[in-house]
Design a protein. Sequence first.
Length: 217
Amino acid sequence: MNKNERAAWIAEKLAELYPAPPIPLQHKDPYTLLVAVLLSAQCTDERVNKVTPDLWKLADNPFDMAKVPAETIEVAIKSCGLSPQKSRAIHQLSNILVREHSGIVPDNFTDLEKLPGVGHKTASVVMSQAFGVPAFPVDTHIHRLAQRWKLTSGKNVAQTEADLKKLFPRETWNALHLQIIYYGREHCSARGCDGTQCLICRHCFPNRKNPVATLKA
């Protein structure tokens, strides 16, 4: 298989395994998704989903959250890690949304990436999952699997994103990035597969004998 053939087969197999991949972070609107994605940095989605119900009791919209002191937010999200930075970011971005965007989460990359604590990956998740705009957020699972499957060099996350966007049709990006995440968690995890064990690795690289070293995101 060449790279394009491999990508097409992988996309087909992932669509069979995960025909309608759910959004892993619990949320009810673009704002709660934005905050949940911000909390997920260096934290599992499972942990975020345990923390956010108590956070939403404090406030579940930018108007109310802007009135909650960062110190109070920090207590509610402490188990997510990096709570001082994340609590300040949530407080500040809520104030900016109220002051500059009438309390509405922007539906464009430029304004999203200006918000405190919101980088390109977070903005990509919000654009794809809240607004349906084609995007390809690259997390650690996607970065690792794209290297194992020889779809990218893994030089950096930006390069991985660019390489995957070239290989897969634009209309598949939003579902595909979730499909790869779920596959990475369930079948091709960092410890559960070394590039020789899971279905996709075995099919695409039947002659591969040695573990594949991957660069971290």
